[in-house]
Design a protein around this ligand. Structure first.
Ligand SMILES: Cc1ncc(COP(=O)(O)O)c(C=O)c1O
Length: 430
């Protein structure tokens, strides 16, 4: 059945609120590419939104899933436990920053992990306030919608939202007048102290590099200052590494780029090679503050997803995907800088590892320091890339960021071809 026919079926079966970036339907996917049902090949700069870091249908993941499906598919860890759940929690303790004693708990989705990090922080501190940042994205459940910044399409019309969530300014070098990391942190901390009160803060929760909010990389020094303040205020510092974790930025976790050691880390996406799995990992005394039975869920840490995760981590180690992510960065950044020499609409190039973005802006009128976003052109460039067989995504509070998230196993030749398509799309839309 063709994509066109499938699209017709979809329109009368699938709710309109669930939209797709393109209307081609996938048939198979492997490594750095996808093939659709019409036989067309795509270069993948999306990884299913930073999920298939080890590649789609990665051989170890496929074998582990097949073996597990034949042994048992589900028991519910809260009823009849199994080894792979324990092994994933051990892996999370090994891989996340910090040498202290850790515990972990597994869930189904990133949003669920974030919700549980908040539950744990509230129990551990006896406090209620949760501090989040401008441009943040933490999910689509009620509490995580409250924590997410952008109204359309994530929140509009879905309120009322959970209380006790407070938003403070992020460090966003292109748009905050070039505040240094410590200056931007001081601004945020002042707002927390004045408007929330340090003694009320259960958790400060931040993406070390923001995802949906625009791949915003805070100025150096911002994250350590915020983490240090949280510790001194007796609040739990939570790094939401759902998009940045598991080699995506060239380290196991993006917090490591600045030596930040979070109290708790939320993980999902890349951790299980495409199977739905998420977790919260961190300081044993905080995690264990919750009474037995206070955390869990029917499917959290499903055995098939756990088997996939163990195989994905083995693949990351075996193929040294941190080095691969850094090599992808080294291929992207010089190429994007060359494009920017001819394209005044490229207002910023940023990101780390295989999490790279360009922000498209209009030429800055004299006197204005902050460039005006260009979401119209961003959409045009994305559509031109799609028409030429390159899967790219947009993001950002202003809808003007093109983001690149290739699988970490993508070949150099595929990246080159993707960059060629991008260059043409940019040149055609200047
Ligand atoms: C940083 C971050 N947190 C949370 C989430 C929510 O994860 P999920 O879509 O699995 O609920 C996402 C998803 O994009 C994310 O990027």
């Amino acid at each position: 059945m063709s994509s066109e026919e499938l699209h017709k079926r979809r329109t009368s079966a699938v709710a309109r609120g669930v939209s797709s970036v393109i209307s081609s339907y996938v048939d198979t996917a492997a490594g750095g590419g996808l093939t659709d049902v019409d036989g067309r090949e795509w270069i993948d700069f999306a990884s299913g939104i930073a999920v298939t870091s080890v590649g789609n249908a990665a051989p170890r993941v496929v074998a582990a899933v097949q073996a597990q499906v034949e042994r048992f598919t589900h028991t519910c860890f809260m009823v009849t436990p199994y080894e792979s759940y324990v092994a994933v929690c051990e892996r999370l303790a090994e891989l996340t920053p910090g040498d202290f004693d850790k515990r972990a708990a597994l869930f189904n989705s990133g949003a669920e992990a974030v919700e549980n990090a908040v539950k744990i922080a509230r129990h551990a501190t006896g406090r209620t306030a949760v501090v989040v940042f401008d441009h943040a994205y933490h999910g689509r459940t009620n509490l995580t919608m409250a924590m997410t910044a952008k109204s359309m399409p994530y929140k509009s019309g879905f309120g009322p939202f959970a209380p006790e969530v407070y938003r403070v300014p992020m460090s966003y070098p292109l748009r905050d007048g070039g505040l240094s990391g410590p200056e931007a942190a001081a601004r945020a901390i002042d707002m927390i102290e004045k408007q929330v009160g340090a003694a009320n803060v259960a958790a400060v929760l931040i993406e070390p590099i923001q995802g949906e909010g625009g791949f915003v990389v805070p100025a150096r020094g911002f994250l350590p200052a915020i983490a240090g303040w949280a510790r001194s205020a007796g609040a739990v510092f939570v790094a939401d590494e759902i998009q940045t974790g598991f080699c995506r930025t060239g380290n196991w976790f993006a917090s490591e780029h600045e030596g930040v050691v979070p109290d708790l880390v939320t993980v999902a996406k890349g951790m299980a090679g495409g199977l739905p799995l998420a977790g919260v990992v961190g300081r044993a005394e905080m995690m264990d503050a919750v009474h037995p039975g206070g955390l869990g869920g029917t499917y959290g840490g499903n055995p098939i997803a756990c088997a996939a995760s163990l195989a994905a981590v083995e693949t990351m180690r075996e193929l040294d995907l941190n080095t691969a992510a850094r090599a992808i960065e080294a291929q992207f950044l010089p190429a994007l800088s060359t494009f920017a020499e001819r394209d005044p609409g490229i207002g910023d190039i940023r990101g780390r590892g295989a999490m790279i973005a360009i922000e498209l802006t209009r030429p800055v009128p004299s006197g204005l320091i902050v460039p005006e976003p260009d979401p119209g052109r961003t959409g045009q460039v994305a559509r031109a890339c799609h028409a030429a067989g390159l899967l790219v995504l947009t993001c950002g509070t202003y809808g003007n960021v093109l983001r690149f998230l290739p699988p970490l196993v993508i070949s150099e030749a595929e990246v080159d071809r993707g960059l060629e398509i991008l260059e043409t799309a940019l040149l055609d839309t200047i």
